[in-house]
Write a protein that binds this ligand. Structure first.
Ligand code: FAD
Length: 323
């Protein structure tokens, strides 16, 4: 059984070359209870995951119609609760939880307060990200008192680890002990001019203090293998955990590339197009995920990180076959 209150890097070191398993979930939409999270995770706990990631979400501006027909612009945070969910998961399952933290939509102070909460709760892992522009906006704009890039948030966490808070009159502060992960993109981050520049920015995040990389999803393992090779050549030597997403519908063939900026291999697209029923389409996705996961395992990757996102049963079936 895996141990709790360990850093992701300690989990990897303890696994002695055997790929560890992790799952990623989203907080439920506001109004739903923690049981909606337990319903997703309960069956998956059979596979003894080393940690569970919980994503972080900014608020969005939406227009609400008033009774007189005019519109009112309001800020709505649809999926709050990341910190609380992480604590609940650790309590309930005795398994580590890794909260994501994002720059977009949050001030440095709000982020510091979230880090203080995490520290009090004994949550010593964070996956640090920039975040995307909110729906309806094309370009990322930082919060007026926030960070522009993930690296700036990495630096804030590193400073807290050294006992340095935003207010400089806090002296002799206790240090925190966060293990920091960052995102890497085997198929390049969509805003980056070229793969080498993106890799240079990734290296800067690692040099600033990130201890491992979690990858964006990919559907062709060759892209991951090539990315790891390029990282090593660029002197990035931290573990690179592959991220895997289950595909289950024909509709995703167009949605996934437009949302996540990744390619779908010809064979996968062909198989999915030839599957006429919903059941057949799920089977295509499941077979593909199984193939990807087993090849990565044979290859000795540090872990398999599953983007569970609403498809826990598909991930369950694949894990069942893998173990
Ligand atoms: P960065 O590392 O800041 O990079 C963003 C872009 O800026 C890249 O193109 C990079 O090359 C470039 N860049 C970096 N530094 C510089 C610099 N100094 N000068 C110029 N350009 C630079 N989003 C959420 O909202 N919540 C989540 O929970 C979440 N979880 C995620 C988990 C994973 C594993 C991944 C892969 C993504 C996740 N995302 C999440 C999405 C993520 O926020 C977006 O992909 C975002 O567009 C980029 O985030 P980043 O941390 O990679 O940004």
């Amino acid at each position: 059984k895996t141990k709790i209150k360990m850093k992701v890097t300690e989990h990897i070191a303890n696994s002695k070359g055997k790929p560890l398993i992790s799952f990623e979930i989203l907080p439920p939409t506001k109004g739903k209870s923690i049981h909606s999270i337990y319903e997703i995770l309960d069956p998956l706990m059979e596979f003894d995951p080393s940690f569970i990631n919980v994503t972080y979400h900014r608020s969005e501006q939406i227009f609400k119609q008033r009774t007189d027909g005019s519109f009112n612009k309001v800020d709505i945070r649809k999926r709050p609760g990341t910190v609380g969910i992480c604590a609940a998961i650790m309590n309930h399952y005795k398994v580590d939880a890794v909260p994501h933290l994002i720059c977009g939509g949050f001030s440095k102070d709000e982020t510091e307060n979230a880090l203080i909460d995490l520290n009090f709760l004994g949550i010593n892992n964070v996956l640090v990200l920039r975040g995307d522009p909110p729906k309806g906006e094309k370009y990322f704009r930082p919060h007026p008192n926030g960070h522009n890039f993930a690296i700036d948030l990495v630096k804030q966490v590193v400073e807290l680890n050294q006992g340095s808070y935003l207010e400089d009159d806090i002296t002799n502060a206790d240090t925190t002990n966060f293990c920091i992960g960052v995102a890497g993109y085997p198929e390049k981050h969509f805003e980056s001019a070229n793969p080498m520049l993106d890799l240079m920015h990734l290296k800067q995040k690692v040099d600033a203090g990130a201890e491992y990389i979690a990858t964006q999803m990919f559907f062709d393992n060759k892209k991951y293998f090539e990315f790891v090779k390029q990282c090593r050549e660029a002197d990035i030597h931290v573990p690179i955990i592959p991220g895997l997403k289950p595909l289950s519908t024909q509709r995703q063939l167009t949605m996934i590339p437009s949302i996540f900026h990744v390619d779908l291999p010809e064979e996968l697209v062909k198989n999915m197009m030839n599957a006429s029923t919903k059941q057949e389409q799920r089977k295509v996705g499941e077979d593909w995920l199984f193939q990807q996961a087993s090849e990565l395992m044979e290859h000795g990757v540090p872990g398999l990180h599953f983007y569970t996102l609403g498809k826990p049963d598909l991930v369950y079936n694949v894990m069942k076959k893998l173990t």
